[in-house]
Design a protein around this ligand. Sequence first.
Ligand code: FMN
Length: 436
Amino acid sequence: MPQYEKILLKNMEQPGYSGSLQDYERTGGYQALRKVLKGISPADVTDIVKNSGLRGRGGAGFPTGVKWSFVPKDHPGPKYLCCNADESEPGTFKDRQLMERDPHQLLEGMVLTCYAIGAQTGYIYIRGEFRLGATILERAIEEAKQAGYIGQNVLGSGLTANIYVHAGAGAYICGEETALLESLEGKRGMPRFKPPFPATHGLYQQPTVVNNVETLANIPHIVTRGAEWFASIGAPPRSTGTRIFCLSGHVKWPGNYEVPMGITFRELIFENGGGMRSDSKKLKGIIPGGASAAFFTEEHLDVKLDFESVAQAGSMLGSGGVTVMEEGTSMVWAAMRLMEFFYHESCGKCTPCREGSSWLLQTLQRIWARRGRAEDLDMLLDLCKNIEGRTICAFGDAEVAPVVSTLRYWRNEYEELIREAEVTRPAKGEIPVFTH
Ligand SMILES: Cc1cc2nc3c(=O)[nH]c(=O)nc-3n(C[C@H](O)[C@H](O)[C@H](O)COP(=O)(O)O)c2cc1C
């Protein structure tokens, strides 16, 4: 792996770094804000971010500066920034660390973004279970207010940037940006039709930018060190910067690893993660980008961790959650466990997702309970085809990914379970005898 410098986790990995305002300032914190307020226009800040090539770290990978530029400049009413801190994708746990260990990095990114898009109010929509993160952020907002970095007349510049923490109630769908906005408005978290997009009709139908925690935490560094510096890191031109990958599953050292984009899965798993937890077991499967991403196999170990390479190989970088599974793991079981999650979390607004997740789960449970039939496999694929692309939000596409990809790579495991069912299935007319 090439030598590289961490950007986002650098401060917090220093011994004794507490994440306090004092510590953050000591490492150059809030200098980007001072620099901008001394005379860089909002349009120039947006251009810097555009030229850096930064793409959203929440899942879809949309170019951040481009998103900001969609916000109308001459809008007469309020505009909003929403930080997406819902982080509910199974296998993803980086935003939590960023908020708990270096909250001012995120807050500075948010004030800079408010300045760039002309918003006076920013909300951090934080996952309900992250009580510690919410408390730490609230304390940090108070500190930053006292120091004049947040609130009215920021550093005497006339800029108003108020930031509030809003805790969700623990629903995965509220991470989807429009469901997040609904929830923030006090309604039930369900996605909205797009268009119109939040950039023009977002919170309270006002222009709104929704960005992920990691995306926003990058902003101060880009402003301080320049677009060119950021654009030279990782796998330019389309996957610039570092990325925090959340490595979990059957590896020796699970955890968050910040690495330049473009390293391979092999490097992440075997160098950063120390390899398989048991030396005698080979790697069998990888979820490359959170539970919504299609599975990879050991054949994909040399795929590069950048947006394009992972997409070309048939999956997505998604939220950065890399889950590793060893030999001996049943992939039917893995798909079933993921489907339990998706079935539980489907908001119910779209019929294909609401009903389809239930059908998929019941069919997987039947196969796992050795009661499946040969025709179930085609039915699973047919169900997936009728869900994918037919829902308001990307939840539908997410829930079919584990089923379609495990059937693609490990169909034999499904067939094996169905063969076991055939051996024990009573013949037609025969009265079944249950022994347990
Ligand atoms: C079902 C679903 C759940 C999502 N959950 C999250 C989440 O927890 N955090 C997040 O940042 N983005 C999540 N997203 C993506 C957001 O809709 C949105 O693309 C993102 O917040 C935009 O920020 P970014 O451009 O900085 O990535 C989710 C999307 C879907 C479809």
